[in-house]
Design a protein around this ligand. Structure first.
Ligand code: HEM
Length: 542
């Protein structure tokens, strides 16, 4: 190939690069096909080199050099166009934030080596204000006015590409289609009706009994509550999800699947762009732990389906009982990928979250010793004789304490990822452009002085006798709200209220010698839900 032809080919390649970015990559969601694009690019390079060698008789070295030159020109065009757009044309450029975040989401991902996105988000909001640019097309927003617009029943906001991380494995939770989500939510709904919750209570009570007894066996020696509340919540979800008893509290040991769950969630801590997350988890071996956890969920689903008639005979009701009703007449429903994904959802959504709420609540009860006495004074008169959740449901200080734990330490601390409608949205007098990915980190909002008075203090009274201490009620949504909000909220609250009541009625709670909560506060990993740092408490029988 002569020099003039090569120059012309280079110019055409640059133009094609610019066009593919401007007309395709910059307009459409492309995160699902990263591996395909890479393969197509590589194959095109190999094809061109062969064509030059075989078709035009260019030497092997010459064909490779010419192909490398043209490929580089193409990449120069595509990435040049991308950089120009991100630096000068993107409408998000008027939002404050660290400037390298304009160029790539990887800037923020690189800050997350300690898996502490919620702390990093708090720092950028302190520096830049309510709207912060954290990626090329990403904002973090802590304005309470955005709550209804984002989560309300009539919201036009949708789920972002984050929910495609595992696609095509799609659960109710990761479904981005509102129609599919709503249809599936109807299938789930009976499993969380008042009637179903009443039936679950006996099972929760039995696991509460076990934990209270096991904690008593420590006889005042330090108890690693991070571990024990984790075992508790997993045992409860085994029973309520699949009617299966993992006996983790009895054995005092984590099931291997629980270890794999933490390992498998860890890649989410980096808030990688979806295309990169999908490409890296496609590399054989990199997601081995998570794949094993997924297989565990598939096996548990099969076990539950195969034991369905036995469970029905026992009259045992669990979450799967309701979901499987949608599969009547279907042969081998366990092979349905949505059922498998939903089985995983039961475990992931229901266990880590509740364990986190309990652990942080008991951290605050140990830190402020008046709290246990206040709870006991409130709860004793409500729990004479046989009692159940309905007797304590309206206990104001108890509910206030739970809300404070969820406000100060939301179990989904960095929020859920959403996409603005294509016409954009007005948050107060700020116009957020269309098709922008954003989060509203509950951790940061929970500690914002413009939303809560004395925001860093644990004050259950703000939820009943001191309402002025909450300036924007809407801002509190640890379970999220609206059509995609947590379906397990009432179930979680039953667990939190009943176990807390049992423990504070029977034990005084203090930090173990040498404990001050530092490990819990600073070693906790934020990977959408949280993997908690350890906390040792001492429970002395009253
Ligand atoms: C303190 C405990 C809990 C907290 C803080 C919590 C928080 C949340 C949040 C923030 C979401 C929204 C996720 C998103 O939009 O991406 C959610 C969804 C969900 N949660 Fe919970 N959760 C808790 C307990 C539970 C329990 C016990 C269950 C029972 C299985 C459960 C089941 C679910 C399910 C199935 C969804 C998906 C709902 C949907 O997509 O319609 N959660 N949860």
């Amino acid at each position: 190939m002569d020099a003039a032809t090569q120059r012309l080919a280079g110019l055409v390649a640059v133009a094609v690069g610019v066009a593919t970015h401007a007309l395709y990559f910059n307009r459409y969601e492309c995160h699902m096909h990263a591996v395909l694009y890479l393969n197509t690019f590589l194959l095109t390079c190999v094809g061109s080199a062969l064509a030059l060698y075989k078709g035009l008789g260019v030497s092997v070295g010459g064909a490779c050099a010419a192909t490398a030159y043209i490929a580089s020109c193409y990449l120069l065009g595509a990435y040049g166009s991308l950089l120009m757009y991100r630096l000068f044309l993107n409408p998000l450029n008027r939002f404050p934030g660290p400037w390298p975040a304009r160029l790539s989401n990887l800037y923020f991902s690189f800050q997350l080596g300690h898996s502490d996105a919620y702390y990093k988000l708090q720092a950028v909001h302190e520096k830049y204000g309510r709207f912060v640019r954290i990626g090329s097309n990403d904002l973090s927003i802590i304005d309470p006015e955005a709550m209804e617009l984002t989560y309300g029943n009539h919201s036009k906001v949708t789920k972002s590409s984050w929910y495609d991380n595992d696609a095509p494995l799609t659960s109710m939770h990761t479904s981005r289609s509102k129609a599919l989500h709503d249809k599936r939510r109807k299938v789930w709904a009976p499993a969380f009706s008042d009637k179903a919750l009443r039936e679950y209570e006996a099972k929760i009570e039995a696991v509460n009994d076990r934990v209270v007894q096991r904690i008593g066996e420590f006889k005042g020696a330090p108890v690693n509550v991070t571990k024990w509340f984790n075992l508790y919540s997993f045992d409860v979800m085994g029973q309520l999800g699949f009617g299966k008893d993992y006996h983790m509290v009895e054995k005092g040991e984590k099931h291997w699947a629980l270890e794999l769950l933490s390992e498998g969630m860890q890649p989410l801590a980096l808030l990688l762009p979806t295309w990169l997350f999908r490409a890296s988890t496609a590399v054989p071996g990199l997601a081995a732990g998570y794949s094993k956890f997924v297989q565990f969920c598939v096996d548990e689903t099969s076990w539950r389906v195969e034991n369905a008639s036995e469970k029905d005979k026992e009259g045992s009701v669990d979450i799967m009982t309701s979901i499987l009703k949608a599969y009547q007449g279907v042969k081998q429903p366990q092979k349905d990928s949505m059922l498998q994904a939903d089985a995983r959802l039961i475990i992931v959504a229901g266990s880590d979250t509740t364990a986190a709420a309990l652990t942080y609540l008991f951290y605050h009860l140990a830190k402020d010793r008046k709290q246990v006495q206040k709870l006991r004074d409130e709860l004793k008169p409500l729990t004479r004789g046989d009692w159940s959740d309905k007797d304590i449901r309206h206990a104001q200080h108890l509910n206030g304490a739970i809300n404070e734990a969820l406000r100060l330490h939301p179990p989904v601390p960095s929020g859920v990822s959403r996409l603005t409608p294509k016409e954009g949205m007005m948050v107060g007098d700020t116009c957020v452009p269309g098709n922008v990915t954003f989060i509203m980190p509950q951790y940061v909002m929970g500690r914002d002085e413009s939303i809560y008075q004395e925001a860093d203090s644990f004050l259950p009274e703000r939820w009943y006798s001191k309402p002025d201490m909450i300036k924007h009620k809407d801002a509190f949504a640890p379970f999220s709200t609206g059509p995609f909000g947590c379906i397990g909220k009432n179930l979680a609250l039953i667990e939190l209220r009943t176990l807390t009541t049992r423990l504070v009625l029977e034990y005084d709670v203090n930090f173990a010698p040498g404990e001050d909560g530092t490990r819990l506060l600073f070693n906790t990993l934020d990977h959408f839900t949280v993997d908690l740092g350890e906390l040792d408490l001492v429970f002395d029988r009253v």
